[in-house]
Design a protein around this ligand. Structure first.
Ligand code: NAP
Length: 257
């Protein structure tokens, strides 16, 4: 088996990385950072996001497994104390594969399609951002406030949850649109609650100016200078999580708070 390890930038995670690498190589696994079949992410959910973006061009051929060096997370199935159990499972068991789809987006004037496992956010902390939202080419509403967040099921427990978006149960593939500190008054109102929508919706976001706004996607971001239009939707790309043992969604959820 060809594998790679992506680690959080701290001593605890490097120690786990070295140990796992050594043990797997002792069992004739091949360390291959270019074409791995399994990417082991050591750190936290944030490290797994980093790993997914690092290997986004070969997602169809690669599986992911997370080891948490803090408390257990959503994308991580083992803690650092369970590393030996994790290694035993890797060497002796066949995993179940759990798939999670990525959002995609494109900004005008840029041919690149970019992807997000958790969410896409347009945020402006400098001035109120006015944007028109179109869903499947039909005008929906004008948003005024600090921004919007479009989240996946996987991302529903991340930034979306801080915006008081709903947690979406594992196994449902949906998109959730929430506003960031929306302005609501007698002249302007917007939906004001999260909108959970079917995954084949296409969302177009238009503005006269996004100049001081930033587009954040997972841990990454882009400036929006000169951008007038952003198109988002669900992509066909999926992250494949290799699950070697039962660790229920409810347990993951209860671990969160
Ligand atoms: P980060 O430090 O890597 O992550 C921030 C926190 O979000 C960490 O505690 C991380 O868990 C947790 N997290 C990430 N994905 C999650 C998920 N799907 N469900 C539950 N918790 C999750 O921050 P970053 O590099 O700026 O951004 C990465 C992600 O963090 C973003 O996609 C965003 O959703 C999330 N984030 C959330 C907030 C917020 O809730 N206010 C603020 C900033 C970022 P670990 O400790 O296990 O890595």
């Amino acid at each position: 088996m060809k594998f790679a390890i992506v680690s959080k930038n701290d001593k605890k995670s490097w120690n786990v990385e070295n140990y796992v690498k050594q043990e797997l190589e002792n069992h004739s696994w091949v360390y291959d950072q270019v074409q791995p079949e399994l990417v082991i992410c050591v750190g936290g959910d944030g490290t797994l996001l980093y790993g997914v973006h690092k290997y986004v061009n070969i997602l169809n051929n690669v599986q992911f497994l997370g080891i948490h060096t803090g408390t257990l997370g959503f994308f991580t199935d083992y803690t650092e104390e369970e590393v030996d159990e994790c290694l035993h499972d890797l060497l002796t068991k066949k995993p179940k594969i759990y798939e999670s789809r990525l959002l995609k987006f494109q900004i005008d004037g840029d041919s690149n399609i970019r992807y997000a496992l958790n969410e896409i956010r347009i945020e402006n902390i400098i001035k109120s951002q006015i944007m028109d939202l179109y869903i499947d080419d039909e005008f929906f509403e004008t948003c005024r406030g600090s921004g919007i967040c479009l989240s996946t099921q996987a991302g529903s427990t991340a930034y979306n949850r801080s915006l008081r978006g709903a947690v979406i149960d594992s196994g449902l593939s949906l998109m959730q649109l929430t506003e960031v500190t929306p302005i609501q008054h007698s002249v302007h109102r917007s939906l004001g609650v999260p909108y959970i929508m079917m995954e084949d919706r296409v969302i177009k976001i238009k503005s006269e100016s996004f100049d001081t706004a930033v587009l954040c996607y997972d841990h990454l971001h882009l400036p929006l200078t000169d951008t007038k239009e952003i198109i988002c939707g669900m992509s066909d790309l999926k992250v494949k999580f290799a699950r070697y043992r039962e660790y229920s969604y409810l347990k993951r959820l209860k671990n969160l708070y």
